[in-house]
Design a protein around this ligand. Structure first.
Ligand code: AMP
Length: 191
């Protein structure tokens, strides 16, 4: 099973990707997590990636593709969370999978109204502030959140159309448990 998982910022895809990868025995690959780890390296590339993330923009496609292709090396069961982020990445991924003799099982889209997603992100920021003094995801600042949604709308949302022949669309509103159940049901029906 090879799944790409996408949704807007605040759609809950990180949480659901964790649930799903455990439930289905899939390796969970989050390009966001890989990039955040690179920032901690303190290398020049890490600093550049850190600036891009903090601005709410996308890391360049060549870096994103390289990182993802390396992460899936030798794996046949994986869930990719946060990649592809645009059509160019999606095309390159299809070509890459074809070259290694495989293809995606489906593209899972977690559908959450923008207002709900925005509210979740604002709440996440407040909770983090309460819990851990001085720590927040740099990309959770209000102006950056707005930019992330803009980038999502312009670059990532068109994936719905790109993957229309293999999309599994799940309504992502409701509690974590409810959404996990909805995803499991949708995947059962797809298989
Ligand atoms: P995420 O944790 O998926 O929200 O990713 C956090 C940040 O990492 C994004 O806002 C981007 O700056 C960067 N990022 C993650 N995945 C990608 C990707 N596939 N392409 C470009 N940038 C990415």
């Amino acid at each position: 099973m090879r799944i790409v998982f996408f949704g807007s910022p605040g759609s809950g895809k990180g949480t659901q990707a964790n649930e799903l990868s455990v439930g289905y025995g899939l390796t969970h690959i989050s390009t966001g997590e890989i990039f955040r780890a690179k920032v901690l390296d303190g290398t020049r590339i890490g600093r550049r990636i850190g600036d891009t993330i903090a601005a709410g923009s996308l890391v360049d496609d060549i870096t994103a593709n390289y990182v993802l292709f390396k992460a899936i090396e030798g794996l046949n069961r994986f869930l990719v969370d946060g990649y592809p982020r645009n059509i160019a990445q999606a095309r390159m991924f299809d070509v890459h999978l074809q070259n290694i003799g495989t293809e995606l099982t489906c593209a899972l889209f977690l559908d959450v109204p923008i207002e709900v997603a925005e509210e979740r992100l604002i709440l996440r920021r407040t909770q983090r502030q309460d819990k851990i003094e001085n720590y927040r995801r740099a990309d959770d600042a209000p102006a950056v959140i707005r930019h992330r949604f803009e980038v999502y709308r312009q670059q990532t949302e068109p994936l719905i159309e790109y993957y229309s022949d293999r999309i599994v669309r799940v309504n992502g509103t409701g509690s974590t448990t409810e959404v996990t159940r909805k995803i499991a049901k949708a995947l059962r029906e797809w298989e």
